[in-house]
Design a protein around this ligand. Sequence first.
Ligand SMILES: Nc1ncnc2c1ncn2[C@@H]1O[C@H](COP(=O)(O)OP(=O)(O)OP(=O)(O)O)[C@@H](O)[C@H]1O
Ligand SMILES: [Mg+2]
Length: 362
Amino acid sequence: MYLKKLVLINFKNIAQAEVALSERINCFVGDNGAGKTNVLDAVYYLSMSKSAFNMTDGQSVRHGEEFFVVEGTYAGDGGACDTVNCSFLKRSGKVLKLNGKEYGRMADHVGRFPVVMVSPQDSVLITDAAEERRRYLNAFLSQLDRSYLAAVMRYNAVLAERNRFLKGSSDEQMLAIYDMQLAEHAALIYERRRDIVERMQPLVAEYYRVLSGDRERVMIEYRSELASASMNDLLLASRERDIVNGFTTSGVHRDDMSLRIGGYPLRKYGSQGQQKSFLMALKLAQCNILAAACGERPLLLFDDLFDKLDTSRVENLLGLVSGDGFGQIFITDCNRSRLETILSRAGKRYALFTVEGGDIRS
Ligand SMILES: Nc1ncnc2c1ncn2[C@@H]1O[C@H](COP(=O)(O)OP(=O)(O)OP(=O)(O)O)[C@@H](O)[C@H]1O
Ligand SMILES: [Mg+2]
């Protein structure tokens, strides 16, 4: 499956565009603020029905306009085509259609046309608090498994209620009810996260090895209190403390992923390029797992390809993703000749588009 045609109307700074895409490598080049990232975000919208960058639907409507339309035509392996149309009107909201038919629930669409984006903003995954890493795991697992998303939503709802309750009361019977509900959802959340990180670990290590030209070794590990005790026991053990603090101090809402390079914490001891390489390896691992689960190779969106990477790592990356395991690729960069040089040196065929003031030209 690949995106054959992309049509945009009033999407961010792009008034109108129609782009015929290559099955393999698509490059978007242009100056800062031209609209390159916006093109990738539009592709992301088609798969996830939302922005990759924490922008609301309303913020994605071109200034001064009332609506946006993003439409994509995907060609399947057998030659059949699917058209996804995502439109948003400020007045009436968002509508998502597959081949002209509106979805009952947006969630039914997620995972059908899998996509993985790597952008400079992902660095928060390494540098920020555990919450970012949980958010990443939640988003990834939600694309794979709807029961996971449901469990996370219920867990969070009960947790919020328990915390509110703890502010004003210490009634043990009520707490026992909350604890039972939390324990039920926590078990599923813990298992899914532990399993996915275990699957990712060898893939991340191998992709990183290739990207770095065999220079460094990295590892990823899931950290949870649930590895050594059940959620019920944890909640019982921390009950006194929770009552004093007025919130829930134990559980899967405190889990984290440990990221290491050469045995040391990546956040502290990884250089910027090493951290970026790690993010790339992580996303490639995600792509690999999604491909196996969805039966489709995800679209890979590399925003600002050269951000923090040296030439040899970019070459190693292109070598990896142009192999059979990966499908269609979108790349943005502000330096056209740098990108052209590296792609032609690698002997890769590609389509190149110039973006300027929201105009896209081939
Ligand atoms: N809703 C909107 N309406 C109009 N313009 C918008 C809207 N949202 C974002 N923009 C503008 O789109 C422009 C292009 O943004 P984009 O992030 O795509 O640039 P870019 O080509 O990726 O640049 P860089 O090389 O700096 O990453 C920015 O000037 C931004 O202000
Ligand atoms: Mg950009």
